[in-house]
Design a protein around this ligand. Structure first.
Ligand SMILES: [Ca+2]
Ligand SMILES: [Ca+2]
Ligand SMILES: [Ca+2]
Ligand SMILES: [Ca+2]
Length: 275
């Protein structure tokens, strides 16, 4: 066994692993470029209701949604192929929410794309992410206006099991599901997530931003690096733990020992993990 591991290790010189699921991202519809004294971009340590990490500032020039040069950045700040856009004529605004004291909550929730303002803007706006890596995503949509607890917005994520969900109500000091935001899940097969937002009640309605999380598939054979890829590194980890209760023992029963059934399970799952 040792010799096999040594041979495989030698064969691997020059190979590197890479994280293939680095496509989780935070998006703030953000007017900090135009009104820096009132509106801000959240800091990277701000998780809101999702994950902390880089926040993309998506601003507005004459109704055009302006994405970062090269595409949206993931939570690490690395460029992805994804962009976000919308389908209608509206605008983004900055407005002060004196009730929202926390600077990062304010940074996310005080600037937004408007819909349904006294008929000035459409009652339905559809946002769309394109160029995403395929997989299962959790989608958090912020649709909240602190000044108007009667403002209710319906958010749908096309293809999600949850369907349309309502967002709106009283500010309580922190993000609350169903008040400041809603949570959907969706399987992405063509790189696209489509999110219609509909005014239900209130004077004006706002969509403040999004958090997308690519959910890693359940992949018990991915025992090395948790990179959602079953490859020779996982095989090496399994062989290193042969006969013990170490890495790979749980791929196949009996789950307290790494044996040939685990090896067969790993080989059967070879390649990219998928849902
Ligand atoms: Ca902002
Ligand atoms: Ca915002
Ligand atoms: Ca792996
Ligand atoms: Ca086993």
């Amino acid at each position: 066994m040792k010799r096999i591991i040594q041979a495989l290790t030698i064969a691997l010189v020059g190979c590197t692993t890479s994280s293939v699921f680095a496509q989780s991202m935070n998006v703030d519809f953000d007017m900090s470029n135009e009104e820096p004294e009132s509106c801000f971009l959240p800091t990277n340590d701000y998780a809101a209701a999702g994950n902390a990490g880089h926040w993309n500032s998506i601003n507005n020039i004459f109704g055009e949604m302006i994405n970062p040069v090269g595409g949206l950045r993931d939570l690490n700040g690395d460029t992805t192929n994804a962009i976000v856009d919308y389908d209608d004529e509206t605008a983004a605004f900055c407005h002060l929410n004196p009730d929202i004291v926390d600077i990062n909550h304010r940074a996310l929730l005080s600037d937004a794309w408007y819909l349904g303002y006294l008929g000035k803007f459409p009652d339905v706006i559809t946002f769309q992410f394109t160029g995403l890596q395929n997989g299962t995503y959790e989608v958090i949509t912020y649709a909240f206006i602190a000044e108007d607890a009667s403002s209710i917005t319906s958010i749908d994520v096309v293809g999600s099991p949850e369907g349309p969900l309502l967002s709106g109500g009283e500010w309580t000091g922190s993000p609350v599901e169903g008040v400041t935001h809603v949570v959907h899940h969706v399987d992405v097969t063509d790189g696209t997530i489509t999110i219609p937002a509909t005014k239900i009640a209130g004077l004006d309605n706002m969509v403040n931003g999004f958090q997308l999380t690519l959910i890693p598939p359940d992949c018990p054979a991915d025992i090395d690096g948790n990179d959602n890829d079953v490859n020779v590194f996982d095989l090496l980890a399994l062989l290193s733990a042969w006969g013990t209760n170490g890495a790979g023992a749980g791929i196949a029963a009996p789950t307290d020992v790494v044996d040939v059934f685990d090896l067969l399970g790993l080989l059967g799952a070879w390649g990219q993990c998928s849902n």
